[in-house]
Design a protein. Sequence first.
Length: 46
Amino acid sequence: MKLFARIVGGRRVTNPTTVYERNRLIRTMPGQTGAMAASRFGYVIS
């Protein structure tokens, strides 16, 4: 049901500071970002 809500639901309004910090993390530690995404979704990206 949560997956269905994600697919159907609209985009949330995000804080610009959060977006900036997320982009900075992606640039500085791409492996860390992948690990966080994998732990959130429950699988390993190799």
